[in-house]
Design a protein around this ligand. Structure first.
Ligand code: ADP
Ligand code: ADP
Length: 225
């Protein structure tokens, strides 16, 4: 799997230049997107998950143009947005079953086993009958990643998943992402916390005010600083 970003810019209708002429290559594994608030991380992610079109520039995923092949690309995508909320009173397994149905899994037995496997994987099997919107912050975040992973996506995009988590939950979440990261899968992790990236990602980009300030390995960035 391979993502190529060439000369990408995004200017919002009000004139805000959120991303300015970014070029970047992303390969298999975990990729960290680091930057302070307002750097353009969420904007870049919304473009990558095809919720928003770039103003100019080009993104290709395994050679497929992102704008021209939205349908195909959505099939391989898993997305955990920053502001993911559980509005419903569904239990964790009901919620995941719903996510699986949305992802196009039609057979209820297939769904049930996929849901149980996923609950196991994110450590929520014991909480399968608990109401999703009453879980702890860390558990909610893990349920959020579970819904993003239910259709075995090859491109997984998680936006600031560790914000608001205590240190223990943060480490648990990082470890979870590391175990998901297998061959032929890209995980893009956006964060403003350097430690999230240095402990899990082999490559990264640093954004600042819409500009690409650094790309390469996290170790070299730390050495430069
Ligand atoms: P980050 O995720 O790194 O905090 P964002 O991509 O959310 O950065 O924001 C980048 C810049 O674009 C900021 O200046 C922000 O105010 C602006 N921005 C974000 N969304 C919008 C929008 N919908 N309309 C106008 N400006 C926006
Ligand atoms: P993030 O932390 O991901 O940058 P924000 O909290 O900045 O997100 O933005 C939340 C929502 O408000 C998003 O939908 C974003 O597009 C929108 N937004 C952010 N900045 C602006 C802005 N300057 N003008 C209009 N909408 C904005």
């Amino acid at each position: 799997m391979n993502i190529t970003i060439e000369g990408l810019s995004k200017i919002y209708p009000n004139g805000n230049r959120a991303i300015n002429n970014i070029s970047l290559e992303i390969q298999d594994g975990m990729f960290g997107l680091l930057g302070p608030n307002g750097a353009g991380k969420s904007t870049l992610m919304r473009i990558l998950v095809t919720l928003m079109k770039p103003s100019s520039g080009k993104v290709t995923i395994d050679g497929l143009d992102l704008v021209k092949n939205r349908k195909e690309i959505r099939k391989i995508l898993g997305y955990l947005p920053q502001d993911f909320r559980f509005f419903s009173k569904l239990t964790t397994h009901e919620f995941l079953d719903y996510a699986a149905r949305l992802a196009g899994m039609k057979d209820s037995k297939t769904r049930a086993s996929a849901v149980d496997r996923m609950l196991e994987e994110v450590g929520l099997f014991e909480a399968r009958d608990r109401q999703a919107n009453r879980l702890s912050g860390g558990m909610k975040r893990r349920l959020g990643i579970a819904q993003a992973l239910i259709n075995n996506p090859r491109l997984i995009i998680v936006d600031e998943p560790t914000t608001g988590l205590d240190p223990e939950e943060r480490i648990r979440f990082r470890n979870l992402l590391s175990t998901i990261s297998t061959k032929d899968v890209i995980i893009i992790l956006s964060t403003h916390i350097v430690g999230d990236i240095s402990s899990t990602c082999k490559s990264m980009a640093l954004l600042n005010r819409g500009e690409l300030a650094y790309s390469g390995s996290p170790d070299e960035l730390v050495e430069q600083a």
